[in-house]
Ligand binder design. Structure first.
Ligand code: 26V
Length: 750
């Protein structure tokens, strides 16, 4: 391997720059992964998704191809390090959060399980924005991740896509997805050659109407205005039309007559963003001579839909006139599908086109695919019982649950070598392919040496994170404090504001002499959607609080607030192995699943959470004594919404702790450092609305969290045992298990 590397670099490894080594390894990995491509027989999956949050690929590919140890050794022998090499690789910026990362984990598991399954998506030039903080406010700038050597190669193919009556060429790019000791699949990403980064003005603003230049510029550009929303339709149709053409072409090449499309292809629609693939496929099949009714049947048999949220505002509904303008060729199909539904039932709530002329994408998905799944047991039950109950009554056989999972290759083997090696020394390496083998770790729950070593590894990882934060942000954190981490998209339902209120509460407690059991470092990582004002206000409040506390000698001994700039997969890989307390505090019923919760437990953190999403199943796997659960449960929350009698102001007026913390947000100290308008707006939002019911859970949260801090400080052995139980109970959350279930119940691949 060393010779191959040196031939590629044309010099000794020791004399290479990291950039040169990165390029050489990129070529080597591509050569190796190419050898593992296999001919597809039978049914092949196409996972269509607007997001694939794949993260950096070098280390992960090296691990999957069995080359990591050797490369690591060569680097070390030549005075180089893998960590610095990783810095040379830009992180692809192709996703927002959980939904996109899930798609990436699924691709890894498909290839690992030797299943034929490709991704289909878009190649956004600047991806999601790059986040930086200025005056304690979030600033967005373009993320030029495409500069430099790339994993994706030119697929040398284009497909013509008609948008608002004009033809655009969708250019295919492809990158290899390597399985762990498995096959190589493809991620197909479409792009438009005429896209022009020079149209970006200040920050991430650009002319939203210049489609030829802006189409694949950004992921989910601001949709707070009409032009932004239409651009999303342009992007979505560009993706699904090119994807549908590619799928049909591949299937025909493999011998498909199109009548038997479902024997060759399974198409998974990841949330509603790719929903237009349904009418597009029907349109294409009809164009190729298949009768409309038959085309509908074929597409229904081929496609399946995954729902990732119950939040009504996130379920896409496009005005008919937008679709008429952007994709006029689809409207006759969509209208015919709507007629079929209206003939079937009088129930307006399941219509595709409502009386206001809005097209409900999820409704179309449920009627015209053969499977609708939720992403955690509780989420699927809520879909069946309330949100989608009318659909469930029509098609009980279509509904199923597929609890999310994560790939242990990236979220353990790659991000936490030390822990992975230690686990292997205890129970062997079988867990890498059969995650349930982690259960064997439970045998060591009373082994003092094992528990001690586990905590040493955690301490090492905390030290590494502290060094990284110091280097990146110039902030010094105490690695001996307890690390509580909340990292995920910034959204009110995820309730970073509840954590904020707790930290303020602790500030007062310390001032009054009620000292915590241990010093705590509260770490946050989150991006807020550029047009989401309150989310940005929460970031501002946390950053301002961080300053207020840092300047207070009395309080800063006990609490430190650190907000990681530009949270992404790379940051997550450093934060998760270093976490003691995993904050999963969404309002019960609102977080469909969560996947960060799984990554944290796998790395030996203990969860502090509500009974929401997959937290419920985490509790089932680790037992009540190894998780800190608090707050209202989902039926209680749903009832409160139904009664409509939640009054935040009453809680504010009657609970002095809540009032004290909320008043502090817009009080003298915060105002002295922060933006008056933003802080006041946040306070008013909480007191006047608090739509995600932060206050009713506040005191339970504070009690449970203080209990966790005390357990951590007073009884380290108990804590270590909890950590071990979390790792040993994490096997169920492997995405290999999730993919096996999808395959058994929905896809039937190969
Ligand atoms: C999107 C939007 C956009 C408009 C404003 C409000 C809003 C709220 C939520 C969303 C989420 C869209 C779908 C999504 O990303 N769902 C996430 O999917 C993960 C993978 O299944 C799951 O773990 C997370 O719980 C779920 O939030």
């Amino acid at each position: 391997m060393k010779t191959r590397l040196e031939t590629l670099c044309k010099k000794n490894v020791a004399d290479c720059t990291y950039e040169e080594l990165y390029r050489a390894l990129l070529a080597l990995v591509k050569e190796e992964s190419g050898k593992r491509q296999e001919e597809t027989k039978g049914r092949k999956l196409y996972y269509i998704s607007a997001e694939f949050l794949i993260g950096k690929l070098l280390s992960n590919n090296l691990i999957n191809l069995g080359m990591y140890e050797e490369v690591d050794k060569i680097l070390k022998e030549n005075g180089k390090s893998m960590a610095e090499l990783e810095e040379a690789e830009p992180e692809p910026s192709l996703g927002n959060g959980g939904l996109g990362r899930l798609a990436a984990c699924f691709l890894d598991s498909l290839a690992t399980l030797n299943l034929p399954g490709d991704g289909v998506g878009l190649r956004y030039h600047c991806g999601l924005f790059h986040q930086n903080f200025k005056n304690n406010l979030q600033n967005e700038t373009p993320d030029y991740w495409l500069n430099g050597a790339q994993w994706a190669d030119d697929g040398k193919k284009t497909y013509s896509v008609s948008l608002a009556g004009k033809e655009y060429e969708a250019h295919l790019y492809q990158l290899d997805v390597t399985g762990y000791e498995g096959r190589t699949n493809k991620l197909n990403l479409f792009d438009l050659d005429t896209v022009d980064e020079s149209i970006i003005e200040e920050g991430i603003s650009f002319d939203k109407e210049d489609i030829a230049k802006n189409l694949t510029l950004f992921l989910y550009p601001d949709d707070s205005d009409e032009a932004g929303r239409k651009l999303r339709i342009y992007q979505q149709y560009f993706m699904v039309s090119a994807g549908a053409q590619m799928i049909l072409e591949e299937c025909v090449q493999r011998g498909c007559t199109l009548h038997d499309l479902a024997d060759y292809a399974a198409i998974q629609i990841n949330d509603t963003h790719p929903s237009m693939v349904i009418p597009e496929l029907i349109r294409l099949l009809v164009e190729k001579g298949i009768a409309f009714e038959e085309a509908v049947k074929i597409v229904t048999k081929t496609c399946a839909y995954t729902n990732h949220t119950i939040l009504a505002e996130a379920l896409e509904k496009w005005p008919e006139e937008y679709l008429e303008e952007v994709v006029p060729q689809l409207m006759p199909v969509i209208r015919k599908l709507d007629k079929i539904v209206k003939k079937k039932t009088k129930d307006e709530s399941v219509s595709i086109i409502d009386e206001d002329g809005r097209v409900h994408m999820a409704n179309m998905d449920i009627h015209f695919t053969h499977s609708t799944n939720g992403v955690a047991a509780l989420h699927t039950e809520i879909l069946k019982d309330s949100e989608l109950n009318n659909f469930y009554k029509m098609y009980p056989e279509k509904f199923n649950n597929k609890t999310n999972g994560i790939t242990f290759r990236r979220w353990l083997l790659s991000c936490n070598h030390e822990l992975a090696g230690f686990i292997e020394s205890l129970i062997g390496g079988g867990f890498k392919k059969d995650a349930m083998e982690l259960r064997k770790l439970a045998a060591f729950e009373s082994d003092k040496e094992v528990l001690k070593r586990l905590m040493e590894i955690k301490a090492d990882n905390k030290k590494k994170l502290a060094e990284w934060i110091q280097k990146k942000q110039g902030v010094s954190v105490n690695p001996d404090s307890m690390f509580s981490i909340q990292s995920k998209r910034l959204h009110e339902y995820k309730r970073q504001q509840l954590n904020l209120l707790y930290l303020i509460h602790q500030y007062f407690e310390i001032k009054e002499g009620h000292l915590p059991a241990a010093p705590v470092t509260a770490v946050f990582g989150a991006k807020a959607a550029p047009a989401y004002r309150i989310a940005k206000d929460i970031i501002h409040a946390l950053l301002t609080l961080s300053e207020v506390i840092a300047e207070d000698a009395e309080v800063s001994k006990w609490i430190q607030v650190v907000f990681i700039e530009n949270y992404n997969v790379t940051a997550a890989e450093k934060m998760i192995p270093a976490c003691d307390l995993s904050e999963q505090i969404s309002l019960a019923s609102k977080e469909a699943s969560g996947t960060g919760n799984m990554k944290f437990m796998l790395n030996g953190a203990v969860t502090l959470g509500t009974l929401d999403g997959a937290n419920v199943e985490i509790r089932d796997c680790v037992g009540d004594e190894n998780i800190y659960i608090f707050g209202q449960n989902s039926p209680q929350v749903i009832r409160r919404y139904e009664r409509g009698d939640y009054c935040a102001r009453e809680w504010y007026e009657t609970d002095p702790n809540i009032r004290r913390a909320v008043d502090f947000i817009a009080g003298e100290q915060m105002m002295g450092k922060g933006d008056k308008k933003s802080l006041e707006r946040l306070k008013n939002e909480l007191v006047g609305k608090d739509w995600f019911q932060t206050f009713p859970d506040f005191s339970a949260y504070a009690v449970r969290k203080n209990q966790a801090v005390a357990d951590y400080a007073v009884n380290p052995e108990k804590w270590a045992k909890m950590a071990l139980k979390n790792i040993s109970g994490a096997g169920f959350f492997s995405s290999d298990r999730t993919i096996e279930e999808y395959n058994k119940d929905i896809w039937h691949l190969g």
